[in-house]
Design a protein around this ligand. Structure first.
Ligand SMILES: [Zn+2]
Ligand SMILES: [Zn+2]
Length: 199
């Protein structure tokens, strides 16, 4: 029988309070990864319920089932970066910034091939970008299984379905997201993402 190790967490006042630390590796991330994608990995690898993660990273007290937009006004950047062992810059770049309002899409917009990899990019949310810069496929908003559209929001139902549709729970990609053992991007793929990010 196989067993898995997960850190033991205690919960106080709706905030996460790790007694043994969180499991998170920056190697799991790719360039320009969205904050929703980052929090999906955090929730999944630590087996944390979405509502706890939402309450933890929110700047103020909110209803985690209503959630909030992934902006610096709403998300506690310092605490999120500290909890995940990432720089504040990484978290800031993972969000919609004041200079990145090029047709920002309020619905989750994704590339199915990136989702299979366990990657959702902040550039996928740019309304002015119709195709995935890496794979060239059309960015989509509707789940291929049930047709539902998801909000691009930090909320319990979204974080409870990492790389999956919050409505039917099917994968957005054509297989389960496998970000732990993924093949690194080629330099040209990284360059394509950065070029699109910079605009
Ligand atoms: Zn892609
Ligand atoms: Zn669905």
């Amino acid at each position: 029988m196989s067993t898995s190790f997960y850190p033991i967490l205690t919960f106080e006042d709706g905030k996460l309070s790790p007694s043994m630390g969180y499991l998170f590796k920056r190697q799991w991330l790719d360039p320009c990864e969205s904050v929703v994608s980052i929090l999906w990995k955090f929730a999944q690898m630590n087996r944390l319920p979405g509502h706890m993660v939402v309450a933890h990273v929110a700047k103020r007290q909110i209803d985690p089932y209503e959630g909030f937009a992934a902006t610096a006004a709403e998300l506690d950047i310092r605490l999120t970066a500290g909890s995940l062992g990432l720089t504040q810059k990484t978290i800031r770049f993972a969000m919609q910034g004041p200079l990145l309002r090029r047709g920002w899409c309020s619905q989750l917009r994704f590339c199915p091939r990136c989702m299979s990899r366990g990657y959702h990019s902040v550039v996928h949310q740019f309304g002015s970008v119709p195709y995935c810069p890496v794979h060239g496929c059309c960015l989509e908003t509707k789940c291929r299984s049930c047709g539902a559209v998801s909000e691009y929001f930090i909320k319990a139902s979204v974080l409870d379905a990492p790389f999956r549709c919050p409505n039917c729970r099917r994968n957005y990609g054509n297989k389960s997201a496998s970000f732990v053992h993924r093949i690194p991007w080629l330099p040209r793929d990284r360059a394509a993402i950065f070029r699109t990010f910079i605009g």
